[in-house]
Design a protein around this ligand. Structure first.
Ligand SMILES: Cc1cc2nc3c(=O)[nH]c(=O)nc-3n(C[C@H](O)[C@H](O)[C@H](O)COP(=O)(O)OP(=O)(O)OC[C@H]3O[C@@H](n4cnc5c(N)ncnc54)[C@H](O)[C@@H]3O)c2cc1C
Ligand code: SF4
Ligand code: SF4
Length: 350
């Protein structure tokens, strides 16, 4: 998004050729800019700088409108007018598009309608075996975390390809679970639920910011504030693990659960089951946990993870240890794991 330093008569605007919903910046980044009086002007494609007597006076823009396909992707841009915006200085912040003019089109690397290579989402292989893509070049602009993950996945494919192994056969991710119980009411994680609201990051005052343009705007938290912030952690890595055959249906866990996310009931169709819970499960994006049939009555234990605050009270109260709080560790295989696995599969020779 190009940005102009304020002229004597205007505030500092930022221009973007697309509508706000298509910006690469997060909403909070835009709000931070607006806090600094940056007026965000959308649907303006830069055409040229305008100078008078060798001095910049502003920029001329095409006013554009966009056509979207049913999935909401921009398919076409139409110029509907033009506009001159005055400026003393212009700072360019450009994003770049993928371009592959250097790849010959007779190599069997297929390109789609956006002229980017067609890549398999699991193996990162193009339509030409042995040619792999990752990062922004594979699926367009994302971020560094995705680029690194693409690299890991492509490395697995390359390793298997070089060893003549099928690249679609890969080690699955694994989860290890380990109880956190240390005593009757003692867990090796902080299980107190903190209802504190998320703390807003303190910022340097606007006056100070404009006086010194090279200072960090976010001041950070004090040690005491950090201590309070981490107490809001819901311990998502500590899972409630249920063993149906141990449950005697005493209802103690249902009574103690502070958010009513546990129910013992007859099983049934999911849509109907969701309405029969102690607290109806309305977030359809969150699957329900439904146990195996309980030994006493054949009913099931249902848990709505959407509400659970991982306090461990169900596991503390349960007289038979049917509930336990267990730390989960996710093991996501890398190429080195594939290599060790392939080596272990090979027949040993004396
Ligand atoms: C302005 C901006 C801000 C961003 N901020 C963040 C951020 O805060 N956090 C975040 O996670 N991500 C951010 N991103 C996204 C992040 O930078 C990218 O997702 C990431 O760098 C992609 O990594 P990559 O290895 O796929 O590609 P790149 O990092 O772009 O690396 C590709 C490399 O290939 C080289 N190259 C290109 N063509 C050829 C060729 N023909 N021959 C040889 N070499 C070639 C390029 O010079 C480049 O060095 C930002 C991106 C932009 C543009
Ligand atoms: S961990 Fe706490 S919130 Fe979650 S089910 Fe058990 S008692 Fe309820
Ligand atoms: S407290 Fe334990 S035994 Fe009682 S209903 Fe809950 S899981 Fe079953």
């Amino acid at each position: 998004m190009p940005r102009a330093r304020p002229t004597s008569t205007s505030a500092s605007p930022g221009w973007n050729r697309s509508p706000r919903g298509f910006f690469k910046a997060s909403e909070w980044e835009l709000e931070d800019a607006e806090e600094e009086s940056v007026a965000i002007i959308t649907n303006r494609a830069p055409r040229c700088f305008v100078t008078e007597h060798g001095r910049l006076t502003g920029m001329r823009f095409d006013k554009v409108e966009h056509e979207l396909d049913p999935s909401g992707r921009i398919t076409a841009e139409r110029v509907v007018g033009e506009e001159f915006l005055p400026a003393d200085d212009v700072i360019l912040a450009i994003g770049q598009e993928n371009a592959f003019p250097w790849i010959e089109r007779d190599l069997d690397i297929e390109f789609d309608q956006w002229d980017v290579p067609v890549i398999d989402k699991m193996t990162f292989q193009s339509r030409r075996p042995g040619v792999f893509f990752g990062g922004d070049a594979a699926f367009g602009p994302k971020n560094i975390i995705w680029a690194v993950e693409h690299g890991h996945q492509a490395a697995i494919s390359i390793h298997r390809h070089c060893h003549g192994e099928p690249i679609t056969t890969r080690l699955p991710p694994r989860i290890n679970l380990q109880s956190r119980k240390m005593g009757m009411h003692e867990w090796s994680y902080a299980n107190d639920y903190s209802p504190l609201e998320r703390r807003l990051m303190p910022h340097v005052s606007l006056k100070e910011r404009f006086k010194k343009l090279n200072i960090e705007v976010e001041l950070g938290f004090t040690a005491e504030q950090v201590e309070q912030e981490v107490q809001r952690c819901l311990n998502c890595d500590v899972q409630t693990v249920f063993v149906a055959k141990l449950c005697i249906e005493c209802d103690a866990c249902l009574d103690i659960c502070p958010v009513d996310c546990l129910t013992i009931t007859h099983n049934g169709a999911e849509a109907q089951l969701r309405t029969r819970l102690k607290a109806p499960a309305r977030n359809l994006a969150q699957p329900l946990y439904v146990s195996a049939a309980l030994p006493q009555t054949g009913r099931v234990m249902v848990k709505d993870e959407d509400l659970c605050v991982h306090c461990g009270l169900c596991a503390e109260r349960c007289p038979t240890a049917a509930w336990d709080m267990q730390k989960s560790e996710l093991h996501w295989p890398y190429a080195v794991d594939e290599a060790a696995h392939c080596a272990a599969q090979k027949p040993k020779s004396a």
